[in-house]
Design a binder for this molecule. Structure first.
Ligand code: ATP
Length: 285
């Protein structure tokens, strides 16, 4: 079986099963019957999902699949139309303070305090999280150092590059040592050296028992990083489970993904783009 193939209607029970079929004792996130509609557009169509704790989890899907909307609802940034989310044992909407103390979030299009320096931002986040000043300073120094931001720590965030913004956002999300870290496209705009650094930090973090949930389009990255994946398309979960189970007999996660999301019939080698390229001739009026 390939992972857990989800039925087309959003009525799966959402359990997570290991390859031996055993149910793990702990789940970091439990999603039940989650729906979100924007006008006529159904962004998330009744998903059920249980994400195991202590794993590196990838949420993958094509553009518009509903990944950001799902992560926003799971992290308490967007209220669902229907459904329930439990993170680290607490209901996200009934018990938001408990949940927010236990999670870190790096959202898509992260808004930062542009007129603070990177170091000041971490100082501010430490206070917000109730950390003692000395502890904040120690952690900030280590994070800035490992993320190669020490040289830019006194620069204003407005002057940071895209990759530097991702890294300072990640540092801010990790500062309070959350149980579960949610990252929306964390590697977008990040150079390969920084990506390797971020990867090292996250691997170390999950090795200590914490959970990372991240969304990405980059299958090679997901395949090399994740222990567990959920594939989403058109607002529904198409498959979820340990990476090897979801990949099944396909040669790569990319191949399995294309099959799962039904990306057939978009072959660009036909004549539908016959005007594109050097041999197409010029348009005459
Ligand atoms: N605020 C909004 N208002 C209206 N429609 C929205 C809004 N947010 C998302 N949508 C729609 O909901 C659907 C899911 O969008 P979402 O951003 O969750 O997808 P995604 O999987 O994160 O896509 P991408 O990989 O391109 O970022 C899309 O059709 C999108 O147009």
């Amino acid at each position: 079986m390939r992972g857990r193939r989800m039925p087309d209607q959003g009525d799966a029970t959402g359990g997570t099963y290991g390859t031996d079929g055993a149910r793990p004792a702990l789940s970091a996130v439990r999603v039940e019957g989650l729906w979100k509609r924007f006008g006529e557009q159904v962004a998330v169509a009744g998903i059920d999902l249980e994400l195991p704790a202590g794993q590196f989890i990838g949420l993958v899907g094509p553009n518009g699949a509903g990944k950001t909307t799902t992560l926003s609802m799971v992290t308490g940034l967007l209220r669902p139309d229907m459904g329930r989310v439990v993170v680290a044992g607490h209901d996200v909407w009934a018990d938001p303070t408990e949940v927010k103390a236990r999670i870190g979030v790096l959202p898509e299009g992260l808004r930062l305090f542009e007129r603070l320096s990177g170091r000041e931002l971490l100082g501010y986040m430490g206070r917000l999280r109730g950390l003692p000043g000395e502890e904040t300073d120690k952690r900030a120094t280590q994070l800035l150092d490992i993320l190669d931001l020490a040289g830019s720590q006194h620069k204003l965030i407005v002057d940071y590059s895209t990759g530097m913004r991702k890294k300072i956002g990640l540092a801010a999300a990790l500062l309070h040592n959350p149980e579960v870290l949610f990252l929306d496209e964390p590697f977008e705009g990040v150079d390969p050296v920084s990506a390797q650094t971020i990867r090292g930090v996250l691997e170390r973090y999950t090795a200590s028992g914490a959970t990372v949930v991240f969304s990405s389009h980059v299958m090679e990255l997901v395949e090399s990083l994740c222990d567990w994946v959920a594939v989403m398309a058109a607002g529904r979960i198409r498959a979820a489970g340990p990476l090897a189970d979801v990949r099944g007999s396909a040669p790569s996660l990319q191949a399995a993904f294309l099959e799962l999301v039904g990306a057939h019939g978009r072959d660009a080698s036909g004549d539908s783009l016959d005007w594109l390229g050097g041999n197409s001739g010029t348009v005459t009026r």
